[in-house]
Design a protein. Structure first.
Length: 179
């Protein structure tokens, strides 16, 4: 069996990357601001039931460039709309940890839509009675255990982050001949 490896020119890469489609989990809620960003910037997206994560991406079949079938990136983003939602998820430890176990099979990023979220965690500025040092310990332990990063963003930048995260991942994978 031979493996075909393509070396795309910059022009070809740009053409292929313009076809990138963000996949959005059908169960993702309260994400109109993300979808609005995609629509405003003409970022293609489609709804798909995902086993883990809220967002991923794919490159559709394009025989002109040797892409003989749809290619789904093996990476996901999970989004929490606030520190409070993150804390509630962590409090349900077994469910949250099961989610992390599934997600750890992929490059994985956890977005918390609160630019001051890390500071709020340190100061205990959330509804739960969870102690700040215990919460931070849980977050950092899970990050190491399941090999992911938590990113705190303003919700106005979430769509941009998701798109560019997958765009540059796909670009590097294509440049390296990995997809």
């Amino acid at each position: 069996m031979s493996i075909i490896h393509y070396n795309y020119s910059d022009t070809e890469l740009k053409k292929i990357l313009k076809t990138l489609i963000i996949t959005v989990d059908t169960r993702e809620q309260v994400n109109q601001h993300v979808l609005d960003y995609f629509r405003m910037r003409e970022v293609s997206f489609k709804f798909k039931t995902m086993k883990t994560g809220d967002y991923s991406a794919m490159i559709p079949k394009n025989e002109e460039f040797g892409i003989t079938r749809d290619i789904y990136l093996n990476a996901v983003i999970e989004r929490k709309n606030s520190v409070d939602e993150l804390v509630e998820s962590i409090k349900d430890r077994s469910r949250f940890e099961n989610e992390l176990i599934r997600a750890s099979r992929h490059p994985f990023t956890l977005i918390v839509e609160d630019l001051q979220g890390y500071s709020k965690i340190l100061k205990g500025q959330y509804r739960s009675k969870y102690k700040p040092e215990s919460l931070l310990g849980s977050i950092k332990t899970f990050e190491v255990r399941y090999n992911y990063s938590t990113v705190f963003l303003a919700n106005t930048t979430t769509g941009n982050y998701i798109y560019h995260h997958f765009l540059y991942m796909a670009r590097e994978l294509l440049k390296g001949g990995l997809i």
